[in-house]
Design a protein around this ligand. Structure first.
Ligand code: AKG
Ligand code: FE2
Length: 239
């Protein structure tokens, strides 16, 4: 299903140094098409989120999501991709970690869609050590926003939004791997109407780390919408 590169030493050390590794050739055109169709099919399950995340310096969340539990119940494609043995082997070789799937369903595999001007996935670190992010749709240009901004080996979120943060643009069909528990990261706001950025984020962990350390994923993907702003259930992107 995925076109996995050989996990050589150069890729491995780049990932260790940068906390980020672009994997642009990972998705075949056929798999990209299937994942886009799956996103469209799951759109009725999507929930709008507009709130600030208290445990992440009150950073903003303006996006539409499909949480891991909904995906587990209604998709067979995404859970199968998530568990693909070759993918787990690849991630283990690349990172040198004993990689395993995340038990709790909320954060395991999620769909994040930015589709309105100003939509952003604000500053945070993840609960689990690895995030593999697959781009189903992305703005064409760097200047459109929707960039991944990140600071490797960070103990705070403070450098995000400053000139010292690194930024990466991705195209539809791209992928990247992030050392997501120690790399502070955010997605910069979309800058115009008519843009769409949709990712599938798959989280992986190591055997001793099966518990979320913050409530951020629960708030974003499983919280009661009424408590967190002005959600619009079903306001899902349709292409
Ligand atoms: O959309 C992205 O590039 C990052 C997503 C992310 O950080 C997350 O889902 O935790
Ligand atoms: Fe993240």
């Amino acid at each position: 299903m995925l076109i996995l590169p050989a996990p050589d030493d150069a890729l491995a050390s780049r990932f260790t140094d940068d906390g980020y590794l672009p994997l642009p050739g990972l998705l075949s055109a056929a798999l990209l098409a299937r994942l886009r169709a799956e996103l469209q099919r799951l759109a009725t399950l999507a929930v709008r989120r507009d709130f600030t995340m208290a445990c992440m310096n009150d950073s903003p969340r303006h996006l539409t999501v499909v949480g891991g539990q909904s995906i587990a119940q209604h998709s067979s494609l995404i859970p199968a991709l998530y568990r693909e043995p070759g993918l787990l082997t690849f991630l283990g070789r690349l990172t040198g970690l004993d990689i395993t799937t995340v038990h709790e369903p909320v954060e395991r595999h999620v769909l994040n869609v930015l589709h309105q001007p100003g939509d952003t996935h604000g500053a945070h670190i993840d609960d689990y050590p690895l995030a593999l992010v697959l781009f189903l749709h992305a703005p064409a240009h760097h200047r459109d926003g929707g960039l991944l901004e990140y600071t490797p080996h960070a103990s705070t979120l403070d450098a995000l939004g400053t000139r010292s943060a690194r930024r990466a643009h991705h195209r539809s069909g791209d992928a990247y791997l992030l050392r997501s528990d120690t790399t502070a990261h955010r997605v910069t706001p979309l800058r115009h109407p008519g843009l769409r950025r949709a990712v599938l984020n798959m989280a992986y962990t190591t055997p001793g780390r099966q518990h979320a350390v913050t409530d951020s994923a629960t708030l974003l993907y499983d919280g009661s919408p009424e408590q967190e702003g002005t959600p619009r259930t079903g306001a899902a992107p349709h292409h």
